[in-house]
Design a protein around this ligand. Structure first.
Ligand SMILES: Cc1cc2nc3c(=O)[nH]c(=O)nc-3n(C[C@H](O)[C@H](O)[C@H](O)COP(=O)(O)OP(=O)(O)OC[C@H]3O[C@@H](n4cnc5c(N)ncnc54)[C@H](O)[C@@H]3O)c2cc1C
Length: 408
């Protein structure tokens, strides 16, 4: 479908954009990445009389690290920047982790943080992350500017505290306190879909490992980010342990008001919230450090889970496989236990694990075919240089000079 007719404006400065908005009123809409607005216009769910394209306002695309540790994100910062920029990962790994779960890469390249927050979709990841991190939003109009706390910014489904003449220009995310761990987890039907349920968890411990601050904020649990403050408060003063976390997770799930849909009933959403909360808090505890380690480190999760007494199968450790003298890894495969051959093959396929201590938890896992890995026929591993080596032997047998071999 095509959108209803509209006027298009391309202001060169923020003042010009604000002036246009003040003159054109609520019927005009700012256009940022267009990833929510344009589909809505194409379906005629939105019929703005005018679009004010803010993509030329490059001062809104900055990411600044303040000396006080605050991270300042311009409204035009793209999801992809949140995912990729090192200063974001360093200061707020939670932002990077959540941004990576927004939609698909082409949408993340266009979509902006300002558009995402101003759109205020209840199932969206970033609003709940902003509430969990205690962010503030800077709104500007011709009458001046004001800061709005994230927890007051979202006022309902697709509605915010922004006034008709206001432009969201910047988001300020405060520095994480020391000994804080964070984690964002969600469940979606397919990768890139909106979350059926998601949780942003932050926990801060004191030097004696007792929890002194915790936030549990959910997406798709209400008509706006659901801040389960009472449930999170049950963690305060306690050490992070499975029983404590389970109690907080159940309390949060009971308190939320998920809408349910054809894809997930409200009861199932609550079930997801309980499970995701448990995992997210334990993972956040495993990541906790003064330096905010990178998310996605599953060793941390293993450490966190085993530290909390979860009955995970312990990782089986095997000695590091040694490559044969000629560096050809095919030969080492035979010295490994059968259960880890498939994994070993794929490890060597990209040549990353050789020479390091090697661990595998293949026993009991299932391969993509559904068979337990130990029952799989051993896959043949083909070293990238194998063809060259075969050619080499034939070459030498023919009495020619050996050619250089490219061991990738
Ligand atoms: C297939 C698909 C899947 C998606 N999946 C997800 C998902 O999993 N999670 C998720 O969070 N989102 C998802 N989205 C939505 C999308 O990622 C974001 O909501 C979108 O990026 C919004 O940002 P934008 O810059 O594109 O905003 P736009 O579409 O340009 O604008 C959205 C709204 O915000 C207003 N606006 C924009 N910028 C400002 C500003 N600076 N100040 C005031 N108002 C402003 C606009 O006027 C408009 O009303 C998906 C979108 C698609 C098409």
């Amino acid at each position: 479908m095509k959108p209803a007719p509209f006027d298009y404006h391309l202001p060169a400065t923020i003042e010009e954009a604000l002036d246009l908005k003040a003159r054109l009123g609520g019927e005009a809409r700012f256009l940022a990445g267009g990833q929510s607005l344009v589909p809505a216009m194409n379906f005629r769910l939105a019929r703005p009389s005018a679009l004010i394209d803010i993509n030329g306002l490059m001062e809104l695309a900055a990411i600044d690290e303040g000396s006080d540790g605050e991270l300042r994100l311009g409204a035009l910062v793209r999801h992809r920047d949140l995912e990729r920029r090192p200063e974001v990962a360093r200061r707020h790994p939670l932002l990077r982790e959540a941004a990576a779960q927004v939609a698909h890469p082409p949408i993340r390249v266009r979509g902006t943080i300002g558009g995402n927050l101003a759109h205020a979709e209840p199932a969206s990841e970033l609003p709940s992350v902003m509430v969990a991190l205690g962010a503030r939003m800077r709104a500007r109009s011709l009458n001046g500017e004001r800061w709005i706390e994230a927890r007051e910014f979202f006022t309902g489904a697709l509605s915010t505290a922004l006034r008709d003449d206001e432009l969201l220009t910047e988001i300020a995310v405060p520095k994480l306190p020391p000994r804080t761990g964070t984690c964002f987890l969600e469940m979606a039907r397919r990768r890139g879909d909106f979350a059926l349920m998601g949780v942003a968890a932050t926990i801060t411990l004191d030097p004696r490992r007792r929890c002194i601050a915790a936030r549990l904020v959910y997406c798709n649990a209400d008509d706006r980010p659901f801040d389960a403050a009472a449930a999170a408060a049950t963690l305060i003063g306690k050490r992070i342990a499975v029983a404590t976390v389970d109690a907080a997770a159940s309390a949060a799930a009971r308190a939320m008001r998920p809408g349910g849909s054809i894809h997930a009933s409200a009861a199932f959403q609550r079930h997801l919230a309980t499970t995701l909360t448990r995992r997210a808090v334990l993972e956040a505890d495993g990541r906790r450090s003064d330096e905010c380690p990178t998310p996605g480190n599953h060793n941390n999760q293993r450490r966190a889970l085993s530290a909390h007494g979860r009955d995970t199968a312990p990782a089986r450790r095997f000695p590091a496989p040694r490559a044969a003298a000629d560096g050809h890894p095919c030969r080492v495969r035979r010295s490994l236990p059968a259960v880890c051959r498939v994994a070993a093959s794929s490890s060597f396929g990209n040549g990353s694990d050789a020479g390091e201590t090697w661990s595998a938890q293949a026993n009991g896992r299932r391969a993509s075919s559904g068979l337990p890995i130990r029952n799989q026929p051993t896959r043949r591993f083909r070293h990238p240089g194998a063809d060259q080596q075969g050619q080499q032997s034939r070459h030498q047998a023919a009495g020619k000079e050996p050619r250089p071999v490219n061991h990738l």
